[in-house]
Design a protein around this ligand. Structure first.
Ligand code: ZN
Length: 494
């Protein structure tokens, strides 16, 4: 009897606590994850570890934990470029891993639209394979003469969702930055935000946003909508957290090197929430969730076989770099770095007697900074497309046109890196081997075969049939120079 009385005495407190805990919403937030397995020789990241964190959070707050991904996961990755079951993998590995890890809500990142040739088909396959929900408020699919919402199983993607645990309602809408793709219709993210916010604010206790925007736009969003509680962002690859007035903006590190855990204590009466955001490092101390680890291992096995067929030893360390190699997209498309000049000089060395070497920044797709030990796998990550290199003898006139096109493509994939060529801004002229470029002369130029297809932006003129092309030396298939990565690896090993 006494025991029952004691229990009854506790009951209000238990109920009170249960009720209060129902008002705590937990978000596990990741963004920009391209690799399913840990990086830095197993030290950093790994989706199986993130899956473990998800399970732990769910154990503590089962009714009110949500796992979100703020975009960029289908591309780029090494595994994605390999073939399996007769098809390029192209993000299939990541969708399978995310399904297993328990990701629930995602929005588009710009890299979801990377697969150019048959982009809509590849993307729709990945969408159908996914078991998570896609949200997007400012993008639609463009078909011949109309635009339609992106859809999964015939159902249009929602522009927002309401997370309702029976005690509090959290509205979440999603935005992505503009992408230049024929099949995507992008509308102004701020107009979309206005529409979604107005719709959600009266129906929910608090409103949050899942975004894949430039930081400046996330800030603008916070300024325009001070009623927002939290912006869970992506696109930036280094973790960042800011408060703009009452709004928290947070982004985790790329490749799940960290995750954000946001706890929102919602006050339904005041329609507000206290936000506590914790950046958690994902390293060897975090155990792996076994089911997801098995899916990751399966894809690594597929990748390893594929690598061996291509003649790579993925685990072999080929070089230890004394300075970090900056392979981030924003860097390789706008400026020269130790990484890009090392690639260019490896190309130059592969054809003795050449005058210069050049390549397009868009061929570097790692979108990450690499440190210290560089393995063959890292090299393939840096240059996932591979492709051969050739020595092209061309007129000075044509060379000047190529170099200028590269210079004017700053910010784009066609931005050119060189070895033995230099632009002199004060005079607006090009120097080759420290002498002014001679328009009447001829030059032996080492460049990727891709550039000779005319498919690079702003370089459609660069074809073997151009009158300025005097000779092309293309190595045979069994020559290591038929793959730029092998050229780079053998240069680093020296
Ligand atoms: Zn992005």
């Amino acid at each position: 009897m006494k025991k029952i009385t004691l229990l009854l005495a506790w009951l209000p407190l238990v109920l009170f606590t249960a009720c209060r805990s129902g008002r705590t919403i937990t978000f596990l937030h990741i963004n920009d994850v391209y690799e399913i397995a840990p990086l830095d020789h197993g030290k950093a990241g790994g989706m199986a570890r993130v899956a473990h964190i998800n399970q732990e959070l769910r154990r503590k707050n089962p009714e009110s934990t949500y796992f979100v991904h703020a975009g960029d996961f289908l591309s780029p990755s090494v595994i994605g470029t390999l073939r399996h079951e007769g098809d390029r993998i192209r993000g299939r590995q990541m969708v399978e891993v995310m399904n297993s890890a328990g990701v629930e809500y995602v929005t588009f990142g710009n890299h979801e639209f990377d697969y150019d040739e048959e982009a809509p088909t590849v993307l729709s396959k990945r969408i159908e394979e996914s078991r998570f929900r896609w949200i997007i408020a400012n993008m639609q699919l463009r078909q011949q003469d109309k635009t339609v919402p992106f859809s999964k199983d015939g159902a249009a993607f929602p522009t927002s969702v309401i997370l309702d645990n029976g005690q509090v309602r959290v509205g979440m809408f999603a935005l992505c930055l503009p992408v230049q793709k024929d099949f995507v219709e992008v509308t102004d993210p701020f107009e979309a935000a206005r529409r979604e916010y107005e719709d959600l604010k009266n129906r929910c206790d608090v409103v949050v946003a899942l975004t894949h925007l430039e930081m400046a736009d996330d800030r603008r969003l916070a300024e325009q909508f001070p009623g927002l509680t939290l912006i869970m962002g992506g696109h930036d690859h280094d973790h960042i957290r800011e408060r703009i007035g009452p709004v928290t903006i947070a982004k985790a590190d790329a490749n799940a090197k960290t995750v954000y855990i946001h706890r929102l204590r919602v006050n339904p009466r005041r329609k507000s929430a206290r936000v506590k955001s914790r950046l958690k490092t994902i390293n060897e101390l975090v155990p792996e969730e076994p089911r997801t680890a098995a899916v990751v291992a399966k894809w690594q096995q597929i990748a390893a076989e594929s690598f061996r067929e291509l003649g790579f030893a993925p685990d072999e360390v080929v070089y230890t770099t004394p300075v970090p190699w900056d392979g981030r997209e924003a860097t390789v498309r706008t400026e020269h770095s130790v990484l890009t000049s090392t690639i260019a000089s490896s190309m130059y060395e592969a054809f003795p007697g050449s005058d210069l070497a050049l390549f397009n920044g868009g061929s570097v797709r790692v979108d990450d900074v690499l440190q210290e030990d560089i393995s063959q796998y890292d090299i393939v990550r840096i240059l996932p497309f591979g492709g051969g290199i050739s020595q092209v003898t061309m007129t000075g006139d044509l060379l000047q046109k190529v170099l200028e096109a590269g210079r004017l493509s700053r910010g784009k994939g066609g931005f050119l890196h060189h070895h033995n060529a230099r632009y002199d801004p004060p005079t607006g002229t090009w120097q080759v081997a420290d002498a002014p470029l001679d328009l009447q002369g001829t030059y032996k130029v080492v460049l990727p075969d891709f550039l000779m297809t005319g498919k690079e932006f702003g370089m459609s003129f660069l074809l073997p049939t151009h009158p300025g092309v005097k000779a092309v030396v293309t190595p045979a298939r069994e020559d290591p120079r038929s793959d730029i990565r092998k050229v780079f690896i053998s240069h680093l090993k020296k």
